[in-house]
Write a protein that binds this ligand. Structure first.
Ligand SMILES: O=C(O)[C@@H](O)C(=O)COP(=O)(O)O
Ligand SMILES: [Zn+2]
Length: 210
């Protein structure tokens, strides 16, 4: 997909997330890897009203070279994209249920959502590390996120929200959506004793789709 088509898809997928309540106000940010740099949603922009021509453009050295000023979470996106070369896009949201789990789970927890359903395991995997709280935009978060992202397709920022990745922009959005749905299930089932996927079932899924 060329850069122009990726810009259009970013506008379309941002609007879709916003319309369905995965993002409100100007919360959240998305980055997409290009052959020679990155696209990133501008700071203070609403995912519901992105404009293709105003999306931030960064070069391969993460310098801002076009469009509006990029998200203040450029350090977060850089940490993930540099830790996982196979990742093509990163989606950070404040979606309600995943953010609730980010407030309940202990920083350092590696699996705050259990393997309830196959699609969660396929999209997110076995590990969902909870990163200690950092002020949004704080560059100090970069080493912790880089280290955690090496072994995980998605993360929870404590008291802040989820970060999901995918090979493509669509895959990263699907992962963010599935993470939110799994978080809803986990909250609904809190205090109950749901049947979980067994370790063998999880291994089977990761062997096939991991
Ligand atoms: O929570 C925050 O402030 C940021 O992580 C965020 O979601 C929106 O920041 P910008 O992308 O800089 O608008
Ligand atoms: Zn945020």
């Amino acid at each position: 997909m060329d850069e122009s088509a990726l810009r259009d898809l970013l506008v379309e997928m941002g609007a879709s997330l916003f319309r369905r309540g995965f993002s409100v106000g100007s919360a959240g940010n998305i980055s997409v890897r290009l052959p020679d740099g990155y696209l990133m949603t501008p700071t203070n922009s609403s995912l519901g009203r992105l404009e293709a021509a105003r999306i931030s453009r960064l070069d391969a050295g993460w310098n801002h070279v076009g469009g509006d000023r990029p998200s203040k979470e450029v350090f977060l996106h850089r940490a993930v994209l540099e830790a996982r070369p196979e990742v093509g896009a990163v989606v950070h949201l404040h979606s309600t249920a995943a953010t609730a789990i980010s407030c309940l789970a202990a920083p350092g927890d590696e699996a705050p959502i259990p393997p309830l359903t196959p699609y969660f395991v396929m999209r997110v995997g076995r590990r969902l590390p909870v990163i200690p709280y950092y002020r949004p935009g704080d560059p100090a978060m970069e080493p912790a996120i880089h280290a955690a992202a090496k072994g995980a397709k998605a993360l929870l920022l404590a008291n802040h929200g989820p970060v999901a990745t995918g090979a493509t922009l669509a895959d990263a959005v699907y992962a963010a959506e599935e993470l939110e749905e799994a978080a809803k299930l986990a909250l609904m089932l809190r205090g109950a004793s749901p049947r979980l996927l067994t370790p063998a079932q999880v291994d089977d899924l990761l062997g096939t789709f991991g």
